[in-house]
Design a protein around this ligand. Structure first.
Ligand SMILES: [Zn+2]
Length: 315
């Protein structure tokens, strides 16, 4: 009974804070945890390599254009890394502004407006808090609170959250919102917003090949979606969209970046890759982790009802 009252009090406090269960600081901690886990499954390009530096420079104007949707300072700015995998066509954004794009995606893109379309869309998932919201709606309040300690993420939480996020796809509404906001971010950064529709068309073509790009599994590029993006661009920008750039607003050109990727001279980050789990693996692990978590919670509840609460020792 006392425990129930406590959760009601926490809920009331959280609702008073604008309804968000996960704070900006916690979003950053989640992102840092995801980054840690991602490096176990993917090899990143070293942050000193020209390709990684180019990616950072590429995202800077997108970050500036995203301010009207959410102040990047709330999450300590966007962190950008490149996944070194020429066969993987994917981009990903975690809560807290941790964003990734693969070398395969760069190689598949014909213009920088296409990459800006994809990255604008990914930044929009962060400005609109889609990742944080999906955790808030899928975990019970009690579970969310227990993911964190007073000094950050609790042990095991990073694995649990990574497995959850990598096995969850955003709702169609979230995807549509990320398209709409992302278009405005890429346009605001000086890029022709048609890039997003162009990239989806590239994906549609690639889908007919033997192995579909991974980006498609979470971002189905249907004709309907492409038409909706095009309709929005016509309505919002009329003829002005075409006046914006399709070329990179970076010192290095896309052709140079592609050449460096293909050269095989990329400097790679530390080798922490353990095992590439498949999608089903991630789901199975997540379920197991969730079950373990629930069991833990149950035993904790039993313990706390049978003995007086003691202050937790700090690690
Ligand atoms: Zn998306």
């Amino acid at each position: 009974m006392r425990r129930n009252t406590l959760w009601i009090v926490i809920l009331v406090i959280l609702q008073g804070c604008g309804g968000a269960l996960i704070s900006n600081q916690q979003e950053r901690e989640i992102g840092a945890g995801v980054d840690q886990q991602l490096k176990k499954e993917y090899r990143l390009v070293h942050s000193n390599d020209p390709v990684a530096k180019w990616a950072k420079e590429f995202v800077a104007p997108l970050q500036r254009a995203s301010v009207r949707f959410r102040d990047p300072k709330e999450i300590g700015g966007y962190k950008v890394a490149v996944i070194a995998d020429n066969k993987l066509v994917n981009a990903f954004a975690a809560p807290g502004g941790y964003t990734y794009l693969s070398t395969g995606l760069i190689l598949q893109s014909k213009t920088c407006a296409e990459i800006a379309g994809v990255m604008g869309h990914e930044l929009a998932h962060v400005t609109q808090r889609h990742g944080a919201k999906s955790i808030e709606s899928s975990f019970a309040v009690e579970q969310i609170v227990s993911l964190f300690l007073s000094d950050g993420l609790a042990a095991g939480s990073a694995v649990l959250i990574w497995q959850f996020l990598s096995s969850t796809t955003f709702s169609r509404d979230d995807e549509n919102e990320a398209d709409t906001v992302g278009l405005q971010i890429s346009y605001g950064a000086g890029y022709n917003p048609d890039g997003l529709a162009d990239f989806f068309r590239v994906l549609l073509k690639a889908e007919k090949g033997a192995s579909a790009p991974e980006f498609l599994s979470s971002h189905p590029a249907t004709g309907k979606r492409i038409r909706s993006v095009e309709r929005q661009i016509r309505k919002r920008y009329r003829g002005n969209a075409k006046r914006k750039s399709t070329k990179c607003r970076t010192r290095m050109k896309l052709a140079e970046i592609k050449r460096r990727i293909k050269s095989g001279k990329l400097k790679l980050g530390p080798k922490t890759v353990q095992k590439k789990t498949t999608r089903t693996d991630a789901i199975r692990h997540w379920k197991t982790a969730m079950d373990r978590h629930k069991i833990k919670q149950k035993s904790k509840t039993r313990k706390s009802s049978s003995q007086k609460a003691k202050p937790k020792p700090k690690n």
